[in-house]
Design a protein around this ligand. Structure first.
Ligand code: SF4
Length: 235
């Protein structure tokens, strides 16, 4: 069995496969304001320690693992909530899910909460990478704890709001496909070509990957100039 891959790599993959390969295959990393703020948000989430409020047990920095997906990671927050605290349509689902085979957790709903800076990020191929990362955490918790996790939450630092995310069949399928692609990409040792689209200006690796974009110039114009230079040199 190959080494388990970090859940965080999934978010890189879903955002941009080249970014994922540059970080996890080639070992490149560049901090920008967005990643630095994200790191502080995660550290604050982990350092607060466990607590109980309103009957909800809050665990922070929980080690997570899935043998089936060959993933490892660390949660920001996992909330263990007594079932009577759930109301509305989600209540029946959680009640049914939490009556699974894990004795210590019978009677408790399990909700992973992931902290993000800014707003949600999307990519054309995979959609919302934050939801995929959260779903991977839910799948790990299900395997570890023997209960179903029907819902997770994303907390965005910029708006300081929590978004409820149903861990439904479509998201589970998307996440499993992303996990399979992550393993295949990193096993191949290949780095895909740059996408050069709307994702790039906010990417922490843009200066390493596409310096012409980082400098505020059009990549197409840069490529034209390079081709003209090569034509002149060949003439
Ligand atoms: S700069 Fe663009 S192509 Fe390069 S890694 Fe970042 S998002 Fe991907």
């Amino acid at each position: 069995m190959p080494e388990p891959l970090p859940i965080s790599a999934l978010q890189h993959l879903v955002f941009c496969e080249r970014q994922c390969a540059l970080i996890h295959t080639e070992g490149l990393w560049a901090e920008n304001r967005l990643t630095a703020e994200g790191t502080v948000l995660h550290e604050n989430a982990h350092e607060a320690g466990p607590e109980t409020h309103g009957g909800v047990r809050v665990a922070r920095g929980l080690d997570m693992r899935s043998e089936a997906l060959n993933l490892v990671g660390k949660s920001d927050v996992v909330e263990f909530t007594p079932l009577e605290a759930f109301h509305g349509p989600i209540a029946e689902t959680v009640r049914a899910a939490a009556s699974g085979p894990g004795p210590p957790l019978v009677g408790w709903g399990v909700l992973p909460v992931e902290y993000k800076r800014g707003r949600s990020k999307t990519s054309p191929e995979w959609g919302d990478c934050d939801r995929v990362q959260l779903c991977a955490q839910a799948l790990c918790l299900e395997e570890m704890l023997g209960v179903e996790v029907p819902e997770g939450r994303l907390f965005y630092g910029q708006t300081r709001r929590r978004t409820d995310v149903p861990i439904d069949g479509a998201l589970r399928d998307l996440t499993r496909r992303a996990v399979a692609r992550l393993h295949a990409l990193l096993a191949s040792g290949e780095t895909p070509p740059a996408v050069n689209d709307a994702r790039c200006p906010n990417c922490s690796l843009v200066k390493l990957c596409l310096p012409q974009v980082a400098a505020g110039r059009s990549a197409a114009a840069w490529i034209d100039r390079r081709l003209n230079t090569l034509d002149r040199e060949a003439a």
